[in-house]
Design a protein around this ligand. Structure first.
Ligand code: RNT
Ligand code: ZN
Length: 419
């Protein structure tokens, strides 16, 4: 597409929206302020850079063996550089603790400090990105039996509590170094494959462990704590200690962020409707935007109704500042840079569509005219948002339409295929 074509299509689209009372420029301005936190773990199949790290387990499974996965922090950063050049706007990177750089030494999870992330901080600073963080409660000998913060073994709990404490400190160091608040998200795999006799004790231990992790006050300007529930995992089908109800109650009572992962509920249960409910009682939340397919919770994010429903809840209510948007999926069966790019562009495109239709959806409802509400909701589906999206990409100097794919293919030939 030529610059002129993009421009002309945009001008027509803007006019069309204006006839419906939609201010396209305003929507684009808002979109440009919304960061998406890219999950580092899509780049290397949730591998991490620990010397003596265990194999991926604890309910997390990555399938596929597409060539070219990042094997070092340098490769992962190079892949992210390319991804970020294909995505409009300024974003964030979400790191897991086991992506630290340990210089070939064995640094256990209870020994990590922000020093191990200094290259990540420098890279983020150079690129104007914010950083988010996650303690890593999996792929470790002390998590091999599936129990971390809920372990009946006090020494094991202590080890993982220390990991959590250090992770928050690293989050605060990110916040300080970059001048952008870090969200540190706790997810643990703990649960049972089969029906437990005692559902209470693990949850009591989890609450106690979390309280120990969060004991030290940290300025919310530097770091915000989030907790992530899950209905079940592979190998923890019958019971997960950190369930939705557990963490919802925990977050409300301890004033923490709740993390809503789109793949963590019953197969037909979406997270969109949970957003306004939870934000009635919590100032902020974190999203892990993902796509569940049957028993897998982590397929690449596509532009489907679930994603649009999430974006609408953010746009229609002006929740851009209260909802931290992160991605969480891993696909090793396709080009990993493409997987990042597809999911991130889709998240942004969904937000744009939602921002553009917000005034339309409101009008009928405010007048109590639900006929108009439904009629305009449906008409919105064929409005020319594609032309607005193309223009936005061009104005942000990133490839328009499918042009990003050629860049990924070139990178695959020149870089990824040589790994
Ligand atoms: C697992 C959780 C968690 C992980 C990452 C790697 O079910 O969704 O967020 O995907 O921490
Ligand atoms: Zn998640």
């Amino acid at each position: 597409m030529t610059h002129n074509n993009i421009e002309q299509a945009f001008v027509l689209a803007r006019e069309r929206y204006a006839t419906l009372g939609v201010d396209v420029d305003h929507a684009l301005k808002t979109l440009a302020t919304i960061p998406v936190s890219l999950h580092c773990w899509q780049g290397d199949d949730v591998g991490g850079f620990e010397n003596a790290g265990g194999a991926l387990g604890n309910g997390l499974a990555v399938t596929g063996n597409y060539p070219g996965k990042a094997r070092t922090p340098e490769e992962l950063r190079a892949d992210l550089d390319l991804t970020l050049s294909l995505v409009p706007g300024k974003h964030r990177l979400n790191l897991h603790a086991f992506y630290g750089e340990f210089g070939g030494k064995k640094v256990d999870r209870d020994e990590i400090t922000s020093e191990h992330f200094k290259n990540w901080i420098a890279w983020a600073k150079k690129n104007g990105l914010g950083l988010d963080f996650n303690p890593t409660y999996f792929s470790h000998p002390k998590a091999a039996d599936g129990f971390t913060l809920t372990s009946p073994d006090k020494a094991v709990r202590k080890f993982w509590i220390e990991h959590g404490i250090r992770s928050r400190e690293i989050g605060a160091a990110f916040g300080k170094a970059l001048g952008k608040t870090c969200v540190t998200n706790v997810w643990i795999p703990d649960g049972y494959k089969d029906t437990p006799a005692d559902r209470v004790a693990p949850r009591a231990r989890l609450a106690e462990s979390l309280d120990a992790i969060f004991k030290k006050p940290i300025s919310p300007k530097l770091n915000l704590d989030a907790v992530e529930p899950k209905l079940f995992g592979i190998g923890s089908e019958s019971y997960v200690a950190g369930s939705h109800e557990f963490y919802l109650a925990y977050a409300v009572s301890r004033k923490k962020l709740l993390t809503l992962d789109a793949g963590h509920y019953h197969p037909t249960e979406g997270i969109a409707d949970k957003i306004s409910s939870v934000l009635e009682f919590l100032p902020e939340i974190l999203l892990h935007v993902s796509r569940g397919v049957r028993w897998d919770s982590d397929h690449v994010v596509i532009l489907n109704d679930d994603l649009l429903a999430i974006a609408r809840e953010i746009a229609v209510n002006g929740f851009e500042k209260r909802v931290h948007i992160g991605l969480d999926y891993f696909d090793a069966s396709i080009n990993r840079v493409a997987a990042w790019t597809i999911g991130t562009r889709n998240m942004l495109r969904a937000l744009l569509i939602a921002l553009l239709e917000t005034p339309l959806i409101r009008t009928g409802e405010l007048a109590g005219d639900f006929t108009t509400r439904l009629a305009l909701q449906e008409e919105a589906k064929s409005l020319p948002f594609g032309a607005v999206w193309d223009y936005y990409c061009e104005s942000q100097s990133v490839p328009v339409g499918e042009a990003w794919l050629a860049e990924v293919k070139r990178y695959e030939t020149e870089v990824l295929s040589k790994r």
